[in-house]
Design a protein around this ligand. Structure first.
Ligand SMILES: NC(=O)c1ccc[n+]([C@@H]2O[C@H](COP(=O)([O-])OP(=O)(O)OC[C@H]3O[C@@H](n4cnc5c(N)ncnc54)[C@H](O)[C@@H]3O)[C@@H](O)[C@H]2O)c1
Length: 373
């Protein structure tokens, strides 16, 4: 195939970076996700991480040494007063995030928050208000949108190759022990809040905002955590589009039977693929993707090879988008304001589980608006 003929098949899924990569970033939290994803991704993208802070000074110091960062701050104030820091990357448990996000915004720093944004909708909305009040950009590290399979699916859908989008299905059946994170053990809201939140955000990215969610959550006999570890989520969009997320984190047999698949269907096409990061745990593998579109060929399935993984490559997508938004003086695609709709879905899912009924996003948003009046 000639180069020009092949260009239209480029699915444009790789994270994009700012022209100026020297903007100073400081990280709050030196835990597992920073060591395994934030720092390796930023190093891959040549970003300028100037320092790190953690309540556990030892952890901050050892990551500063491992990644050649010039500063392991002794206090949060020291980090926030550092004029070299333009962006604060927050990666601590959600309970502590709202206060730190507000302090960083007040100090005039742009912020990248970890998911979930907060443990209550009111706190999540308060982070959005703080960013507006202090004129800083706020983004959320909801990075599955930049995983190769989901980004490539977005390109395919944007080109209209699925026709009218009708059905999204994400199905996951793996063994992953949430109890390995001590602070997750007692969390009453677990799987949706900490894992399927990625699927909710990715489906919203591809299909738009749903009207309502109908959710069920269950536990596995003898599990070490308090919250739900098996969920079934049904989303209804305006018109005929629907989505289904089915996640079980308690697979009882060997890895050869695990699966983590996605499938997006429309009137003219189908995309199907696997989410590589959930296979071959903890190393992962590259995503796979196949698509068929009647608008291109009657019965051909394209199988483009995707490079890169959700963990850690997609972490360059979220930070890259925030840095580009700062450079281009626009709102980031993964803004805190945008993420509030993902949070509405999460809190609507839990209300749906409690009350056994579909819950609209509007119901969650309206309560917050009413509480401010
Ligand atoms: N985006 C993703 O896909 C993804 C994946 C895993 C974890 N996470 C999120 O990242 C965050 C951290 O997860 P982790 O796996 O690194 O946890 P972890 O337990 O390994 O590390 C958390 C770190 O935060 C530090 N910390 C806690 N409160 C602090 C505070 N007030 N100030 C400074 N440091 C503080 C702790 O000392 C610890 O070192 C969580 O919010 C989690 O939900 C996101």
């Amino acid at each position: 195939m000639k180069e020009a003929d092949r260009a239209w098949l480029d699915l444009d899924y790789k994270p994009k970076l700012p022209k100026n990569r020297s903007m100073g970033i400081a990280i709050i939290g030196a835990g597992e996700i920073v060591a395994s994803c934030h720092l390796p991704a930023y190093r891959m993208g040549g970003l300028n991480v100037v320092g790190i802070f953690d309540l556990d000074k030892q952890r901050a110091q050892s990551l500063a040494t491992a990644f050649g960062l010039s500063r392991a701050y002794g206090t949060l104030e020291e980090l926030l007063e550092d004029p070299d820091v333009k962006v604060v990357d927050i990666a601590i448990p959600a309970k502590a995030q709202p206060d730190i996000a507000r302090l960083a915004a007040r100090a005039g720093k742009h912020i990248l928050c970890q998911k979930p944004l907060a443990e209550t909708y009111a706190e999540a909305a308060a982070i959005e208000r703080a960013c507006r009040e202090h004129g800083v950009k706020g983004a959320v590290n909801q990075q599955m949108r930049w995983s190769p399979g989901i980004r490539a699916s977005h390109t395919i859908m944007q080109r209209g190759w699925l026709g009218e989008p009708l059905q999204a299905t994400i199905s996951v059946n793996v063994k992953q022990e949430f109890a390995n994170w001590g602070w997750l053990r007692e969390m009453p809201t677990l799987e949706v809040m900490y894992h399927s939140i990625h699927y909710l955000d990715s489906i919203r990215f591809l299909f738009g905002t749903p009207e309502y969610i109908y959710a069920d959550g269950a536990r596995f006999p003898g599990q070490q955590t308090v919250g739900e570890t098996r969920t079934m989520l049904h989303l209804k969009f305006p018109g005929e589009a629907r989505a289904l997320i089915h996640d079980n984190h308690n697979h009882i047999a060997g890895e050869e039977d695990w699966h983590a698949t996605f499938r997006f269907e429309g009137t003219q096409g189908i995309i199907k693929g696997t989410n590589g990061s959930l296979y071959n745990y903890p190393i992962g593998r590259e995503d796979t993707l196949q698509f068929h579109s009647k608008l291109i060929h009657r019965d051909y399935w394209f199988t483009p090879q995707l490079h890169g993984k959700w963990f850690p490559d997609a972490f360059l997508g979220t930070m890259g988008e925030l840095l580009r938004a700062i450079e281009e003086e626009r709102e980031p695609e993964n803004s805190v304001a945008d993420n509030l709709e993902t949070m509405q879905l999460v809190f609507a899912a839990y209300r749906s589980m409690q009350e056994n009924r579909p819950v609209t996003l509007q119901e969650i948003a309206q309560e917050e608006t009413d509480s401010l009046c």
